[in-house]
Design a protein around this ligand. Structure first.
Ligand code: HEM
Length: 241
């Protein structure tokens, strides 16, 4: 049973995730764009579009215009999620030793890793909680919410909750997770870390990956394909007859 969950299912999940993402992106690329039309005020040049992409994806510029409260909740959630994911890569990948590169001792590096992980985890929990409360308490939001909206919230709360539980109470060592993931990547699988919170966390992450290509979470990739960013209406259009 543990080899099925630890060694077989993760490969199937990654294949289904990559296949799903490829299908979705290919379907966007195939959509014909007969006219260079986009939404006003779009940038005139490619450099302007690149600058817009940065301010939009880091600062959530268009949400700011829509209301400061929603902007704050959403920004807090997304920025802390980015920190968490980067932190997972370095913390698990380099066993919390990443800060030795900038002069910290081994113990200091581990402490900093724990500190940043905890702060980012608290910020992510707060952002997620505020967004969940907004969806549940606002009558307008309730009216436009579907099962899918609640499903992603439940999955994310489960992932963040189990992550914070490991962080605060019943941790698993970076080494155990590192060895397990390296084993998977190099096709020399080692047993799953024996920690229920980790197994729960990892299973929910896999469910999220399976659902990701078909969920609204795909907007994180869709922004890079939006007409306002990829279409430059001011440039001369070449019409092939
Ligand atoms: C392959 C995927 C993942 C693995 C192997 C993994 C593993 C872990 C581990 C081992 C911890 C505990 C760290 C500690 O106690 O020192 C943790 C914590 C956490 N995880 Fe994950 N995780 C994964 C994906 C995710 C994703 C996608 C999210 C968010 C959507 C997430 C959110 C968190 C949070 C919020 C914490 C607590 C704060 C922190 O320690 O950084 N994890 N994760």
């Amino acid at each position: 049973m543990s080899s099925l969950f630890g060694w077989v299912i993760p490969y199937i999940v990654v294949l289904l995730f990559l296949g799903g993402m490829l299908l979705r992106i290919m379907s966007w690329l195939k959509i014909p764009v007969p006219f260079k039309l986009t939404v006003f005020p779009c940038p005139k040049t490619r450099a302007g579009a690149a600058a817009d992409l940065v301010t939009e994806s880091v600062g959530f510029k268009s949400l700011w215009r829509g209301g400061k409260g929603l902007w704050f909740m959403s920004w807090l959630f997304h920025i802390s999620l980015a920190f968490i994911l980067i932190g997972h890569f370095f913390g698990i990948g380099f066993l919390g030793q990443q800060f030795t590169w900038i002069g910290a001792t081994s113990e200091q590096s581990l402490e900093l890793s724990v500190l940043f992980g905890t702060y980012a985890g608290v910020a992510l929990s707060l952002g997620l909680l505020l967004l969940a409360i907004r969806r549940i308490t606002s009558p307008t939001m309730k009216f436009i919410s579907s099962f899918a909206d609640y499903l992603v919230l439940v999955l994310l709360i489960g992932i963040v909750g189990s992550g914070m539980y490991m962080r605060m109470f019943h941790g698993v060592t970076y080494e155990a997770v590192h060895d397990y993931l390296i084993g998977l990547i190099t096709f020399h699988p080692v047993p799953l870390p024996d920690n229920m919170a980790f197994i729960f966390h990892f299973t929910l992450v896999q469910l999220l990956l399976l659902y990701f290509p078909y969920s609204k979470l795909l907007h994180s990739c869709g922004i890079f394909f939006s007409r306002w960013l990829i279409v430059r209406p001011h440039e001369r259009q070449v019409i092939i007859k």
